[in-house]
Design a binder for this molecule. Structure first.
Ligand code: SAJ
Length: 472
């Protein structure tokens, strides 16, 4: 039996668990572990921005904003039973049998697209100081493929004098949580668990299996687990780019992309799949905008890649098509304004929707932002409306639609919030006070004819059948 298995057997079953990083991934996973293991310690840096979470958690309160069904009562329950506690004393890592790191890995900047592993590296070096033989370390953050076996193992080995996969188990188990359903996602999604060797994988399975209700364990190598997490988002981004490109083609061919979408989607039957998603004003959020570049970096760093010469990565091209969509919204607006002899310079534009996703207040990497800056650059006066977002990066956001649309020469719909599905053409035109306002529909939420007949200049993404209509 290999060295590590022997050590793990001597240590016996996992009793105490540590979770580093009391964020929207670490908190739910820590309290769920506390339901199944003897004791869980949540580790959190006592920094000015997040130190407050320690006291809140120890008082049985959730420091996460927004609705998280089941989370607060679970925190209270495991605090009452004494099975969970939060602390900034990282030396207590030496007490646990398994420690997971749920630390965010944002990009340094949107140009170099280099990930900022700073916080993760700090967490790893903390763990390495208190690492002892037979412990299990699991990375849950989204990381570049190769990080667990590379960067992470190096930091842990250097700081502890131990050897990954021999003296302690090391694995990657990527989080797949969605804000608003954290507890449910951890229990019900299948869990990818990837160790740097078999003994590590088995030990990590021991940690995650008890937490799953509907979800199954999917075991693999740690690098395969890193690729799975990044690729599942890369594939979604690719599917969105495919329909965005088709929408641009349909506009050029003056047909309705939604007729084509329905047509393609009708192809059903055994073994036939067509993941036809929805065209839109762009792709925002934290996952799809980043994970492709993690995957690219991992693949190209790994070693010789056999790939067509002078052909750009399909996945990066998909990113560029999705990131073009706010530019397309800009181009549609320029075109529509010119039909009524206007330019941005002497126009007010109302942007409807700042959240990156429907019926949410999450604004991370919103496609509305590049559009906003482009039209400001052109001298437009801009008002931003969003029912769920009250401010973002110093940009004032109103919840008053009439105020937002008042005197607006153009209205651009960027988010498919439910409130925008029943925009009334006559009312909106009255609010605008113009004979022929412009409306650009980035999320297929309005009926083109209703607005065209009311005198609007209409443009819709993928609506080649309507974008050249006569002015009423
Ligand atoms: N979008 C489109 N067309 C579509 C779908 C989405 O333009 O057909 C745009 C949205 O407007 C948004 C962006 O893409 O701007 C991202 O949308 P999303 O639904 O993928 O939402 P995310 O970014 O929160 O993705 C998360 C991911 N979940 C995790 O990382 C755990 C992703 O893996 C999930 O597939 C996705 O939720 C989901 O399916 O809900």
């Amino acid at each position: 039996m290999n060295e590590l298995r022997k050590i793990l057997n001597e240590r016996g079953r996992i009793k105490k668990v540590g979770v580093v990083g009391m964020g929207y991934v670490g908190i739910p996973s820590a309290v769920l572990f506390a339901e199944h293991f003897d004791h869980v310690i949540g580790f959190q840096r006592d920094s000015s921005s997040s130190g407050y979470k320690i006291e809140m958690l120890n008082n049985g309160e959730s420091p996460l904003k927004g609705e998280e069904p089941g989370l607060e009562e679970l925190i209270r329950k495991v605090r009452k039973s004494g099975r969970f506690e939060a602390t900034s004393d990282f030396s207590r890592i030496s007490e646990v049998d398994a420690v997971t790191l749920a630390i965010q890995t944002p990009f340094k900047d949107n140009v170099s697209l280099e990930p900022d592993f700073g916080a993760l590296e700090e967490g790893l070096s903390q763990v390495s100081k208190y690492l002892n033989r037979g412990m299990l370390v699991v990375l849950e953050s989204t990381i570049t493929p190769g990080t667990t076996k590379g960067l992470a193992a190096n930091i842990l080995n250097e700081g502890s004098g131990l050897k990954a996969g021999v003296d302690y188990a090391l694995a990657h188990a990527p989080e797949r949580v969605m804000v608003g359903r954290l507890i449910r996602n951890i229990q019900e999604h299948d869990r990818i668990v990837g160790g740097i060797n078999d003994a590590s994988t088995h030990r990590a399975i021991e940690l995650y299996r008890p937490v799953l209700t509907k979800g199954k364990i999917i075991a693999m190598d740690s690098t395969a687990a890193e690729v799975t997490k990044t690729a599942e988002n890369t594939f979604r981004d690719l599917q969105i780019a495919a329909i965005n490109e088709l929408a641009l083609y349909c506009e050029a061919m003056r047909i309705n992309v939604y007729d084509v979408r329905d047509g393609i989607d009708s192809l059903k039957g055994e073994g036939i799949t067509r993941a036809v998603l929805y065209p839109g004003a762009g792709v925002g959020g934290h996952c799809l905008t980043k994970d492709t570049y993690h995957l690219e970096r991992g693949a190209r760093m790994a070693g010789p890649l056999d790939y067509p010469v002078n052909v750009e990565s399909l996945y990066v091209v998909a990113r560029k098509i999705n990131d073009f969509m706010p530019q397309h919204m800009y181009n549609l607006t320029v075109d529509a304004l010119s039909r009524v002899g206007k330019k941005f310079r002497d126009s007010k534009v109302a942007i409807l929707g700042w959240a990156f996703i429907n019926n949410s207040d999450d604004t991370r990497n919103t496609p509305s932002e590049p559009y906003y800056h482009k039209i400001i650059e052109q001298g437009a006066a801009v008002s931003v409306h969003d029912p769920y977002v009250f401010e973002s990066g110093g940009i004032r956001i109103t919840q008053d639609l009439e105020e937002s649309v008042k005197d607006a020469a153009a209205i651009a719909i960027f988010t498919g919030h439910k409130q925008y599905f029943d925009l009334n053409a006559a009312k909106i035109r009255k609010f605008s006070g113009l004979k022929h306002p412009v409306i650009i529909d980035g999320r297929n939420v309005i009926d083109p004819d209703g607005f065209i007949n009311e005198g609007f200049v209409y443009k819709g993404i993928g609506r080649g059948d309507k974008n050249h209509h006569k002015l009423a």
